[in-house]
Design a protein around this ligand. Sequence first.
Ligand code: FE2
Ligand code: FE2
Length: 305
Amino acid sequence: MRWTAHRGYHEIDHPDDADDAKFSRLPRRDYPPRNDEPPSQPTPRSAHFSSGGGVLEYPHLHSVAHISDLHIDSLPERSLAFKEICDAILASDIGTVIVTGDITNRGSVAEFEEFLSITSDLRRDRSVILLPGNHDRSRANISNRMMDGARVSLVIRDEIAVLRIDTTIWYNRIRFASHGNISSAMLNEVDRLLTQIPENTFVIVALHHHPLPLPAELLIEHISSWFSLPFAENLSYGSRLLEKIKGHCDLVLHGHRHVPSEIIFPYAQRPLTISNAGSSTSLRAFRRFDIENGRLAYEPTWISV
Ligand SMILES: [Fe+2]
Ligand SMILES: [Fe+2]
């Protein structure tokens, strides 16, 4: 099965009737990319591309870059790394960029304006799809500028549908209350929008918070877990969301946790991958997905800058 061959992927059983506690006990293999690895080219699954003048041509192929947790303006290095990521995307044939939140570090308008400035060329030439993270909700609530105030929205382009979910909430203004929320009403809206997606479309659900438990990374997350506080927990209703999208979705993209990870549900009808980008600016790397005819054409690859 194509989903199990890729390095670092971890396949788990069908999650029917599984609760969050069960997921938390599953073994998981996290794998931050090595920065000394050269930028990788996708390995073709079929000989349907041609090469001319050193440029690979992929007819009908649509490539998506997933980046996350930029935390613009927290450190000058982050802005520099993000510029290099944008340049790498502009030098590639990637057509769509999905940014799964924590774009800014303190949620200020100035930080978001810096993001807009860095991405001016990218937004002119490619589709850039944004959604907010908890840091974007911490001060000026610039999250409203990312999804026009909607909590759930659908973008369909070519053969790809991106269903965005804003999992931020008012208490994200409190520094350590960084956990996300999804309501029953939002789940109902997910249901409704899924029915509007044509068949043979590659469906991506994009959100900031992790729908399944992931290991704690920061001291505050460990402390939170020790005292049974909710700050480090996965998204409320995360399992319900996965049950709803099962059979209707190919890929879940998220961030929030800064160490990348992948989980695969190898459903016979429609495998589902949950992919965490980690912090693209600290990793100085992002993941690329190549989609053709409603399916992944190649194994996802890491691009380092
Ligand atoms: Fe973050
Ligand atoms: Fe976050």
